[in-house]
Design a protein around this ligand. Structure first.
Ligand SMILES: [Zn+2]
Ligand SMILES: [Zn+2]
Ligand SMILES: [Zn+2]
Length: 440
């Protein structure tokens, strides 16, 4: 189904319209000017799911973070702000509540399976009431089942098996073909809900957001308020400008970005940055030495770096923190012979090392790595990047832990300057930051 140019989105949001974006299929553009930091629109999740590891920290229904959550009396696994949230969530939670009791330790569906189960239940609920426009949009979301490689297919089959195993008692599971399409749609169109430090909280689908195409120079940024997504301009926009978000981490050079886009989203980007590759040289910066380094040596080190990143990812959930830190340090030493400290592959490993140090409560170690990230990060990411604000935030909190007041205030203020644009000045993250800064 192709959208008519100028047709409205669901609920027709003022200042925005769907259109046929050249070479990209459907897209979304603005019909009036928007200034940096201005909200284009917000939309509630069609379906959302809280990560298992965040249970007890956040309300399953509204994603509020508080220490006073009440537990579901039956499964003792789901937590809520109050009875209202618990009731609100029951239509979804009942898919899991008794199954979690029955399976006990063996209850282990993937987050994707959990989300798909909720989408199926929601679709059924809405079908009983009316054919709502959001559902049509879900049906319209692009799928790429025919493009998937074997590894991806195997993963989807495992997800589908999980759906049958853990949900079939409370859900009419559709046939295999329909499931393949739905899993592919959700894999391409699902959003990761993250907190202010970019920790993964859960996954959700936003039908309206599926219209937004990718650029490595995005015009907007998506943040979350509870389970709702909010879209704000990070560039001044004039009528006719396309609304563009980034689907991927923009730290990496053009080849890496496009490999990632091809693997996960089945397209190659042709934005201005992908054409000019203007930041690639800085991103791949090599050490200053008296003798210049041979191109072969650099290429080999890039290969080494990509392999090190892949290996780290593979071992992330099986090795101990000290073993992982060792991996980071070893690869940093190896790469450091050729790469500058601001090279993105160095930064990647430093970022990982910072996370491990924080996990191990090694505040000094985390600060040491974090401080090295800031300058290159600010330079290599586009303006108002959450990747930059989250590092300032982490550092601010680490300084606070060591009672380094002025360093703390300065870092938090830098985080706030970005977040006021990305999250909006009235977001509770900003309120929290203001309080933290005022306390001293
Ligand atoms: Zn709640
Ligand atoms: Zn329960
Ligand atoms: Zn691009």
């Amino acid at each position: 189904m192709t959208p008519r140019a100028g047709s409205t989105m669901t609920g027709s949001i003022e200042g925005l319209e769907r259109f046929d974006s050249p070479g990209k299929g459907r897209g979304l553009r603005v019909t009036r000017p928007f200034k940096v930091g201005e909200l284009l629109f917000s939309c509630p999740a069609f379906s959302h799911v809280l990560s298992v590891k965040e249970r007890g920290c956040y309300c399953e229904f509204c994603f509020t973070r508080t220490q006073h959550l009440a537990r579901c009396g039956k499964c003792k696994k789901a937590f809520y702000c109050n009875v209202k949230c618990q009731k609100g969530d029951w239509a979804m939670h009942k898919l899991e509540c008794s199954a979690m009791v029955a399976f006990g330790e063996n209850w282990c569906p993937s987050e994707l399976s959990r989300l798909v189960a909720r989408i199926l239940a929601k679709k059924k609920m809405q079908k009983e009431r009316c054919i709502c426009e959001k559902m049509l949009l879900i049906g319209e979301m692009q799928s790429h089942t025919e493009d998937e490689d074997n590894e991806k297919r195997e993963m989807t089959e495992a997800d589908i098996a999980g759906l049958h195993r853990f949900y079939s008692k409370h859900l009419d599971v559709p046939d295999h073909k329909e499931l393949l399409t739905l899993f592919s749609q959700v894999a391409c169109n699902g959003f990761t809900i993250e907190d202010d430090e970019l920790s993964h909280l859960g996954t959700a689908v936003y039908p309206d957001m599926a219209l937004i195409n990718h650029s490595c120079l995005p015009s907007v940024i998506v943040t979350f308020k509870g389970t709702s997504a909010e879209v704000r301009a990070v560039q001044d926009m004039k009528p006719g400008d396309e609304v563009l978000i980034s689907y991927i981490d923009l730290l990496y050079p053009t080849d890496d970005r496009n490999n990632r886009l091809r693997e996960s989203y089945y397209f190659i980007c042709d934005c201005q940055e992908c054409k000019s590759q203007s930041k690639d040289k800085a991103k791949l910066k090599v050490r200053k030495q008296r003798d210049s380094i041979e191109p072969d040596v650099i290429n080999n080190m890039v290969r080494y770096a990509r392999k090190a990143i892949r290996e780290f990812r593979e071992f992330k959930h099986t090795k101990t923190p000290s073993e992982l830190l060792e991996m980071c340090e070893q690869s940093l030493e190896e790469m450091g012979a050729v790469f500058d400290d601001s090279n993105v592959y160095m930064l990647h490993m430093m970022y990982q090392a910072m996370g491990i140090c924080m996990y191990m409560q090694d505040l000094d170690g985390a600060i040491r790595y974090g401080e090295k990230l800031l300058k290159p990060y600010s330079h290599l990411y586009p303006p108002y990047s959450l990747n930059v604000s989250s590092v300032y935030l982490k550092l601010g909190r680490l300084y606070l832990g060591l009672e380094r007041q002025s360093a703390c205030t300065s870092a938090l203020k830098k985080a706030m300057a970005i977040m006021e644009v990305a999250h909006g000045k009235d977001h509770f993250y900003i309120e929290e930051l203001r309080k933290m800064i005022a306390q001293k």
